[in-house]
Structures are given as C-alpha cells and as structure tokens.
Design a binder for this molecule. Structure first.
Ligand SMILES: O=C(O)CCC(=O)C(=O)O
Ligand SMILES: [Fe+2]
Length: 314
C-alpha cells in the first residue's frame, strides 16, 4: 500500500523499510513502480542523506545568492552548454522569475574548480550534497528498473558515468511590488531520466495526470526528497511512466525559497531509446525515437515552445 502524504496524495516511500527483510525491498519497488506509473513523482523519507549536510548546503547557497551581483556576474551566461551558469532574478511584468545557478557535477574533479568559491566552503558542501543526491538517485533507478521488470543494473554504469547537472534555484519572498509578476517556474517536464529534488519550503506543484490539476508536492517531513519522472525515463519505459509536468509558485511573504534539483541523464551524446524488453510490435510498439541530452539542449536553445518529448513521439 502506498502511504498518502499529509497534505496531498503524492506517494511517500519510506526507505527505513529497506533495513528489514528482502520482502520489504520488493514492497519498496512496488510502491515506486505504482508512484511512477500514476503521479510520476514521489517523496522519499529516511533516505540516509544527513539533515546537517542538507542544511550546510542550503546555507552556502543562501550565502552565494546573498552576494552582491558583482561577485556573481562572471557566471552569467546565455550559453546553455556552460558547465557553470548563473542567472540573476529576471524582473519584468510577464512570466515567472527566480535566481538560479546550474552546475555540471560529473566528473566532479573536472568541473569543481569552476564552481563558485565564495563562500569558501561552497565547493566542499555542494560537492558532498551533489554526490549524495546522485548516489541516492542511482539506487532509486535500480528500483525503478526492477519495477519495469528490467535488470536492476540496466544502464547503471552509463548513468553513473553520464551527465549530472545540479540546479540551485532561489525564489525571493512575494512582496506587494512583485505581486504583479509571478515568482517561480512555468509548467514544464524535466529532460532527465529522473530528477532528485530538495526544497526548503512549499512551492513545487505537480500536474495530476488524471485531472490536469496542479497539486502541491511539498512534504512537511523535514529533509524529504522528491523524485520526478523525467522525459528520458518516459522514453526508456516506452511510455509506461510519464514525465511529470510541474511548476513552481513562491507562496511565502517572508522566506526566500531554495531548491536543489539534481538531474541524472546518460552522456551528452548517448542516445536513449525504449528498452527493447518493453517494446512489442503488436501489443506495445515503440513509441519514441532515440534522442540524446544534446538533442534536448538543441531543442531548448532553439526557443521552440513545444515540449521536447512531443518532438520525439512516434
Ligand atoms: O524549485 C523547484 O522546486 C523545482 C525547480 C524545477 O522544476 C527545475 O529546476 O527544473
Ligand atoms: Fe523541473
């Protein structure tokens, strides 16, 4: 049985169950499979990433975003292929706004030297958190593969060696002045296989695939993590699991909202296709063309408003 979260129906998967017998592991796999097949999102609690580390990582991000623009502007770029990219809060009356930093995180040794070093412990704290989030993601992907009746290690080494992009988002509190514009992120699906997400306060809303309505996907459970099905898992599963459409709306008048999203993909040019085991010419023909992360980024850079997944559907 999938436990309902306190504030809505996004399923909650409790990883402390994994310390029990092997039956509990199959229960976790079943819960994850059901969650991916219905909501495309679930909360994970007792995942093993320490609250202290999460707090420390959020603190270095608050310090970074709190710096005067002159200390951050060297990271500003419109080039979406840049391994470190900062975007200041885009004001304006139309659309949504937030401040963000995007970091390539694998191979860590290659990229860390270009990450911010102000505050001085930024790289250490964010490096540790990024690696922990990826490790958790890789473990969850094993469960996801098993829930699809694939080998637990299906694509595991490709994902471990694949692209890992970490996005840190900062949403200012709503003020009378900003009420004219929305603060947050417009509806979208993520390009990743899965996204591992941490949020300091409510704001993430996911579309219920049955009703088309947006529901909150924040859990009051401290340190809980959200796992989102991305477009490349939709492809891999041949449509069994759908990428979850989501948006962010800042609701707080007093608090800056921070989130850390860890996107796991294959290598930049590695093509992902529906798993052959999940394709059946009669019952379930192949529903998506192969595509790579670079294909997605090209689509994004073209400014095309159509979701990428729609361009690769057969
Ligand atoms: O801030 C959040 O909770 C999610 C942000 C998001 O959807 C993204 O960075 O793709
Ligand atoms: Fe997203």
């Amino acid at each position: 049985m999938v436990v309902a979260a306190d504030n809505m129906q996004v399923p909650v998967v409790d990883f402390s169950q994994l310390q029990n017998d092997s039956h509990s592991k199959s229960l976790v796999i079943k819960q994850i499979g059901e969650a991916c097949g219905s909501f495309g999102v679930f909360h994970v609690i007792n995942h093993g990433i320490s609250e202290t580390l999460i707090q420390q990582a959020m603190d270095v991000n608050s310090s970074f975003f709190g710096l005067p623009l002159r200390n951050k502007d060297r990271f500003i770029s419109d080039d979406i292929y840049k391994p470190v990219r900062y975007s200041p809060n885009q004001g304006g009356n139309l659309g949504f706004s937030r401040e963000f930093l995007k970091l390539y995180a694998h191979p860590f040794d290659v990229f860390v030297s270009s990450w911010p070093d102000n505050p001085p412990d930024y790289r250490e704290k964010m490096g540790r958190l990024s690696m922990e989030m990826k490790k958790l993601g890789v473990e969850i992907l094993e469960f996801i593969m098993e829930s699809l009746n694939l080998e637990a290690t299906y694509l595991k080494s490709n994902i471990e060696e694949g692209m890992h992009i970490v996005a840190i988002n900062s949403y200012p509190p709503i003020s009378t002045e900003s009420e004219m514009k929305k603060i947050g992120v417009v509806p979208h699906t993520d390009h990743s296989i899965i996204t591992i997400l941490l949020q300091t306060s409510a704001g993430l809303q996911v579309m219920d695939q049955k009703t088309g309505k947006y529901e909150s996907a924040f859990s009051e459970h401290k340190g809980s993590i959200q796992i989102l099905v991305g477009e490349h898992l939709e492809v891999l599963s041949n449509g069994k699991y759908k990428a979850v459409r989501h948006q962010v709306e800042q609701m707080s008048r007093d608090e800056t909202r921070l989130s850390v999203a860890s996107f796991l993909s294959l290598g930049m040019d590695e093509v992902i296709e529906p798993a052959v085991e999940l394709v059946d010419d009669e019952e379930r023909p192949k529903r998506y063309k192969g595509s790579s992360l670079r294909d997605f980024l090209k689509h994004l850079a073209s400014g095309e408003s159509k979701p990428f997944i729609e361009t690769i559907r057969i």
